[in-house]
Design a protein. Structure first.
Length: 302
C-alpha cells in the first residue's frame, strides 16, 4: 500500500475543497476541485487511490451524506484525467479527456435532475434573472432615468437560456485547463512525468474552423428570420465557440511573431491579453488560418 505524507495532505485538501461547496467560496473552489483527485490518482496505485478516498468519504458522510454525491461527481473526471497522466498521454489528450468527462457529467446530472426531481434548468434561470432584475423593475421600473420593463427581463432570461450549452462547455474547458496547469508541475516534483502543452507559438486551430464560421453565419441568418429556439440556440452557442478558436489562433500567431522577430518576451503576453478585450484582433487569427502568414514570416529573403 502506497501511503506517504504527500498523499495524505492531498486527501485532506480534497476533503476541504468538497466541504467548501456549500459555502460562498464554492464560486472559486469549484474550478480547483479536480486537482487533488488527479494528483492522487496519477501518483498512487489504483488500490491506494481508493483507500485514500475511504476516510474522506467517511468524514463527509458523518457531516452530511449529500457530500458523497459531490465526491463521486468530482472523482470520476479526476480519474479520467489522472489516468491520462499516468499513461503518459499528451497534454492535449488529457485536457480534452478531462473536459469531456466533466461535460458528460453535467449532461448526466441535468438528465437525472429532470427525470427524477423534475428540475427544469430553463425555468430556474428565468427565476434567477427575474430575482436579479427585480430591483430594476421597482419604482415603476425607473432607475437613474432608465426604464427597465418586464419585456427586457424576459429577453435577458431568454438570451441567458440560449447560452447554457456554451457556458457548460467553457466551464468544463476552464476546469480541465486549471487542473492541468496546477497538477502538472506538482506531479513532476513528486516524480510523475506529465507532458506539457506545446509552446504558444505552435498553437494552431484546424483550417476547417473557417467553414464552421460560415456555417455559424448561416445559422445566425436562419435564427433572425425564424425566431425558433432551436436555430437561435445553435447560433448563440456556435458563434462564441468559433470566436474563441480564432482568439486562440491569434494568440498563437502573436507568440510566433514575437519568437521569430525576437521581440521582448512581455510583448506577446500583452497582445494575448488584448485579444480578449479588443474584438477586432481576432481577425488576425482568421487571416492566419486562411493565409500562410507564418511561413511568409520565416521564409528566407533572397
Amino acid at each position: 500500500m502506497n501511503f506517504s505524507f504527500k498523499s495524505v495532505i492531498w486527501s485532506v485538501v480534497f476533503l476541504l475543497l468538497l466541504l467548501s461547496l456549500i459555502t460562498p467560496l464554492s464560486v472559486l473552489t469549484v474550478f480547483f476541485m479536480l486537482v487533488p483527485g488527479v494528483i492522487l490518482y496519477a501518483y498512487l496505485s489504483v488500490k491506494s487511490f481508493f483507500v485514500h478516498l475511504i476516510p474522506v468519504a467517511i468524514i463527509l458522510f458523518m457531516i452530511e451524506p449529500l457530500y458523497l454525491i459531490f465526491l463521486v461527481v468530482f472523482t470520476v473526471p479526476a480519474i479520467v484525467m489522472g489516468h491520462a497522466f499516468k499513461k503518459g498521454k499528451s497534454a492535449l489528450y488529457a485536457f480534452l479527456a478531462g473536459s469531456g468527462a466533466i461535460l458528460a457529467e453535467y449532461l448526466l446530472m441535468l438528465l437525472i435532475g429532470s427525470v427524477l426531481f423534475h428540475f427544469n434548468l430553463y425555468n430556474y434561470i428565468e427565476d434567477m434573472v427575474k430575482l436579479a432584475t427585480e430591483p430594476l423593475t421597482a419604482s415603476d421600473g425607473l432607475v437613474n432615468g432608465f426604464v427597465w420593463t418586464p419585456e427586457m427581463t424576459e429577453d435577458v432570461a431568454r438570451r441567458t437560456q440560449l447560452l447554457i450549452p456554451f457556458a457548460l462547455v467553457v466551464t468544463a474547458l476552464v476546469m480541465s485547463l486549471i487542473t492541468h496547469l496546477i497538477a502538472r508541475p506538482i506531479l513532476n516534483v513528486m516524480g510523475v512525468s506529465v507532458a506539457n502543452f506545446p509552446p504558444a507559438r505552435e498553437w494552431r486551430m484546424p483550417r476547417a474552423l473557417i467553414w464552421y464560421y460560415f456555417l455559424a453565419l448561416i445559422f445566425t441568418l436562419m435564427s433572425s428570420e425564424n425566431d425558433g429556439s432551436y436555430w437561435s440556440m445553435i447560433a448563440a452557442n456556435l458563434s462564441p465557440l468559433i470566436n474563441l478558436g480564432f482568439m486562440i489562433q491569434a494568440i498563437g500567431f502573436f507568440f510566433f511573431l514575437s519568437h521569430a522577430k525576437k521581440w521582448n518576451p512581455v510583448i506577446p503576453y500583452l497582445l494575448a491579453a488584448a485579444v480578449f478585450f479588443i474584438g477586432p484582433l481576432r481577425i488576425i487569427g482568421v487571416i492566419d488560418l486562411v493565409f500562410p502568414l507564418r511561413e511568409a514570416i520565416t521564409k528566407p529573403k533572397r
